[in-house]
Design a protein around this ligand. Structure first.
Ligand code: PFF
Length: 447
């Protein structure tokens, strides 16, 4: 086996991890989840979940990755607990599974980027979406998106992932800020902010059963948890970094980008009197697409928006492919480029049904979001909290200088709060499953 790669710099790791976290989930999913779940009410619950469950959970993945310096499956063997590789297997499988439809949506984004230049979707945004979301062209664009992802991952950790993240992540932030400033000039932007930022306690209390599962699912998804991505990325770290500090930066950065996306989306919707979150994601493409058709300079705004979305989707997709690639590179004699192409081709095939039939995409997403992903995080929390606590705390301490109290509090969050949050979510989620309409709304950010 060739010598294992490492990040060139700490900043490179942080940018790559932020690139993984910031994706369709933030720019697309988050404002629409918020729209479907009462706006500011969702925001409050989501922020609490991100810091109380998401932050401790990302540290669990960092601990496993950096201590083992192995891919997310072999990591557990390396730590002396081979049976728990099941947690890594679930995560790696989920990465593979999610990438298959994430890439189909990446293909839609490519399509809409082109459509913004030509104005193709401006006249009849709904008809356009229905025409292009599935079918042979959707398959072709899914293939193009996968080729871009494979191209980056084939170059390796430092030359592919790190280098591309150093360009993509700052571009996302700058362009999104520009869009936010532009959106603030729209008439009725104030009503958008109000909806987004003024929580109504009654709405939270009355709807907690539907808000909480959505918020937990969104927090895991957006922080790239439960799919081995953060294990894989942290496995290329040196030992002298502070995991809590880097984790904190990544969580805060990712949250700010999600918030910023809301500052772009809600003023646009309120400007045109569109009900936020009506429908789901397909509707998201339709609603925003329709909005770009109606506002002044819509072409330019559309191009910038979908370009940002493309960068965000790419920098996330590469981390999903890296999970499976790192496992295959470390367990076969094939070179990284060969493995990236081979794994990428399999992911492409798995995604073909989602590119042909929207029901497949919906069910792929539903299963991943509601089942695989919480299961993987739960397994990891049980492992770290109850099987491997002293090794985990030892690793967390390396290079961090955090106090013993921090470690103890973290451990109890891992032992109790994360599993309780997931179990509660599963129970509430199942309750919702009983109401079929509710299932689709709560679990599918894409719809
Ligand atoms: N965090 C990404 C998003 O918000 O779109 C999605 C994602 C990427 C999830 C990578 C998981 C992952 F491993």
């Amino acid at each position: 086996m060739a010598e294992r790669e490492t990040w060139e710099s700490r900043l490179g790791f942080i940018l790559a991890a932020v690139g993984s976290a910031v994706g369709l989930g933030n720019i697309w999913g988050f404002p629409f989840q918020a729209g479907q779940n009462g706006g500011a009410a969702f925001l409050v619950v989501y922020l609490a979940v991100v810091f109380l469950i998401g932050f401790p959970a990302i540290l669990m993945e960092f601990v496993v990755g950096r201590r083992s310096r192995r891919n997310p499956i072999d990591a557990f063997r390396e730590l002396g607990h081979g049976a728990w590789a099941v947690a890594g297997i679930v995560g790696t499988f989920t990465a593979f599974w999610i990438l298959s439809f994430y890439s189909v949506i990446g293909g839609w984004v490519l399509r809409y980027l082109g459509g913004s230049v030509t104005g193709a979707y401006f006249g009849d945004a709904t008809g356009y979406f229905n025409a292009v979301a599935t079918g042979p062209e959707a398959v072709a664009l899914h293939a193009v998106f996968m080729l871009l992802v494979i191209g980056i991952v084939a170059f390796g950790v430092e030359d592919g992932i790190e280098r591309s993240a150093k360009v993509m992540v700052p571009s996302i932030v700058v362009l999104l800020l520009g869009l936010g400033v532009w959106a603030s000039t729209l008439a009725n932007a104030g009503a958008g902010y109000e909806y987004y930022l003024s929580p109504d306690v009654d709405v939270i209390v009355n709807n907690i059963a539907s808000i909480l599962p959505s918020a937990v699912g969104q927090a895991f998804f957006t922080l790239s948890l439960g799919m081995g991505a953060m294990i894989a990325y942290s496995s290329y770290l040196g030992r002298d970094d502070s995991l809590p500090r880097d984790g904190g930066i990544i969580v805060i950065f990712n949250t700010l980008v999600g918030l910023l996306a809301g500052f772009v989306v809600f003023p646009i919707l309120f400007n045109l009197g569109i009900e936020p979150g009506s429908g789901g994601s397909g509707t998201a493409f339709k609603t925003l697409g329709g909005a770009f058709g109606q506002i002044p300079s819509g072409e330019l705004v559309g191009v910038v928006f979908f370009f940002v979305l493309l960068l965000a989707a790419l920098s996330s997709a590469i981390s999903l492919l890296e999970v499976v690639t790192s496992f295959a590179v470390e367990n076969t004699s094939y070179s990284r480029p060969t493995v990236a192409v081979g794994v990428g081709a399999l992911v492409f095939l798995l995604g073909v049904p989602s590119a042909l039939y929207s029901d497949y995409l919906m069910w792929f997403n539903l299963l991943a979001y509601d089942l695989f992903l919480p299961a993987a995080v739960l397994l990891l929390a049980l492992f770290i909290g109850w099987v491997y606590p002293s090794g985990a705390v030892d690793e967390l301490t390396q290079g961090s200088g955090v106090s013993a109290t921090f470690n103890t509090v973290w451990l109890w969050f891992v032992r109790i709060v994360i599993p309780a949050g997931i179990l509660l979510t599963l129970v509430l989620g199942v309750q919702e499953l009983l109401v079929v309409g509710g299932v689709l709304e709560s679990a599918v950010f894409l719809g």
